[in-house]
Structure formats: C-alpha cells, structure tokens
Design a protein around this ligand. Structure first.
Ligand code: ADP
Ligand code: ADP
Length: 231
C-alpha cells in the first residue's frame, strides 16, 4: 500500500492550470522520479505533498487517508519531509548543530551538546556519511555532503517519505554520485523517495518509477521494468 497517493490531482492558480489529472503513488522502498522542464508543474507537486498548497481537484491520500486541508505541520507529522535546494542548513553552524536545528524544541528534545554531537555522529556514520570533524561549520562542506546531511536529518526525525527537490542540480559528477548513492541507501532502508530532477540519467540510476510532466500533465508513467536500454 502506498505511503502517498494522488489520484487525478489538479491545481490551478487563478486560470493557470499548473497540474491536471496527475496520478502518482509513492511506495516504501521505492524512488519515484518526477521529471519535466521548467513550468511542468514539479514545484506545484512538491507544494501539494509538503502541505503548502491545497490541490484544486482529485484526491490526495497519505497512509490511505484523504487529506483536504494543506498544512505543512500535518505533512511533517505524517512523516513527509521535503529537502529543498537551499537545504535549510545554517552555513556558519557546526554539522552537529545543523543536524538538530529546528528539531530540539519541536520534538521536545532537551539534550546537552555532547549528546547531540554523539547522536549526529552515530547517525551520519550509520548512514555511511563520512564528514570527519562534526564541529566544522556546514558551509565548508561539499554540496554532496550538505545534501546528505539534510536527508539524514529528515530521516532521523521521522520521515517516511522524503521529497528531494533537484538534489543533484547544482552538483558535479563526483558529488552527484555521493548523493545518488545516498538516495539508493535511503530507498533500500525502506523510505519512499520522491526524486525531482531534470536529469534522466540520475533518475535511471536510482529510480523504480518514472513520471514525466509536461505543462502540468503526465506524459510518461513507467516502471523500471518497462524501460529497456536495448534497441
Ligand atoms: P516547475 O517547478 O516544473 O517549473 P511550477 O509548478 O513552478 O513548475 O509551475 C507550473 C505552472 O504554474 C507554470 O505555468 C507557473 O508559471 C505556474 N505557477 C506556479 N506557481 C504559481 C503561482 N503561485 N501563481 C501563478 N502561477 C503559478
Ligand atoms: P502561495 O500564496 O500559495 O504561498 P505564491 O503565489 O506566493 O503561493 O507563490 C509561491 C511561489 O511561486 C513563490 O516562490 C512565487 O515566487 C512563485 N510564483 C508565483 N507566481 C508564479 C508564476 N506565475 N510562475 C512561477 N512561479 C510563480
């Protein structure tokens, strides 16, 4: 059963139809890739899933329950986390402080610094992210490392579904590799991943399911086994 299911979802901004008749399901242990050029509706789709926008038509279900009112807080409580391109990391703060930032109070966690540092270290190690000194400011890390920290943080704080907004867009080949490997790891750990990207190669490397949007409509919807590299 899908974690998130959209059936025939439409979204209009005034008379602009940003999405029309979009159906999409996110399963645990799968990467659903959403591809499409600028204006295709990718951001709109993210905003609906993240609880920032209400859909105008169709049904949007989380864990089998229909959601009508948009609420970022509710989305978060249901385990839907979004990692935006700006990553919401504070560049001057240490890695371990960033790991907990925004969550200490919200989750009722009142941990001392040494404990937070130790947990961040354990979690990052567990997920195969090797940062070295966690007292370093996050701003000095590579783009790939930053992306992985933002994803690891979302997972640690209870995400079941992670929506990744063009996580490799600003990265080179090597750093993209770091992030893609990490996406595969999250997938194999049973998370439902929504991977928004312009890059079909990156999508193919980790994706189970591919949805291509064009001007708000789904123009291709294929599972991995339906795509062949022959011919
Ligand atoms: P993408 O992320 O794929 O570039 P968007 O979801 O941002 O696509 O946009 C889809 C369409 O909706 C575009 O035509 C865009 O101009 C329009 N759009 C997006 N946000 C708004 C808004 N807040 N108000 C009006 N039109 C919008
Ligand atoms: P809301 O009021 O629902 O939060 P906004 O209309 O403020 O949404 O727009 C949300 C985002 O979409 C903003 O980043 C805004 O700059 C962008 N946006 C607004 N209008 C358009 C448009 N016509 N095309 C693309 N993006 C848009």
């Amino acid at each position: 059963e899908p974690l998130v299911a959209m059936a025939d979802v439409g979204k209009s901004y005034g008379n602009v139809h940003a999405l029309r008749g979009v159906s999409l399901e996110v399963y645990p242990g799968e990467v659903t890739c959403v591809l499409g050029d600028n204006g295709a509706g990718k951001s709109t789709l993210i905003k609906i899933m993240a609880g920032l926008h209400e859909h105008s038509e169709g049904a949007f279900c989380v864990n089998g329950i229909s959601r009508n009112l948009a609420s970022p807080r509710a989305a978060q409580q249901l385990g839907i986390a979004t990692v935006y391109q700006d990553l919401a990391l504070a560049p001057l703060m240490s890695v371990w402080r960033n790991f907990f930032m925004g969550n200490e109070i919200r989750r009722g966690l009142f941990l001392d610094s040494a404990t937070m540092r130790r947990i961040a270290d354990e979690e990052l190690q567990k997920m195969g992210i090797h940062i070295g000194d966690l007292d370093r400011p996050v701003g000095g890390l590579s783009g790939g490392q930053k992306q992985c920290i933002a994803i690891a943080r979302a997972i640690y704080f209870g995400a079941k579904v992670i929506i990744l907004d063009e996580p490799t867009a600003a990265l080179g080949v090597r750093q993209s590799g770091v992030v893609l490997k990490y996406i595969a790891k999250a997938r194999d750990a049973g998370l439902g991943v929504v991977f928004i990207t312009h890059n079909p190669h990156h999508a193919y490397l980790v994706g189970n399911h591919f949805v291509v949007l064009k001007l708000g409509r789904v123009v291709l919807d294929a599972h991995r086994d339906e795509i062949t590299l022959d011919e």
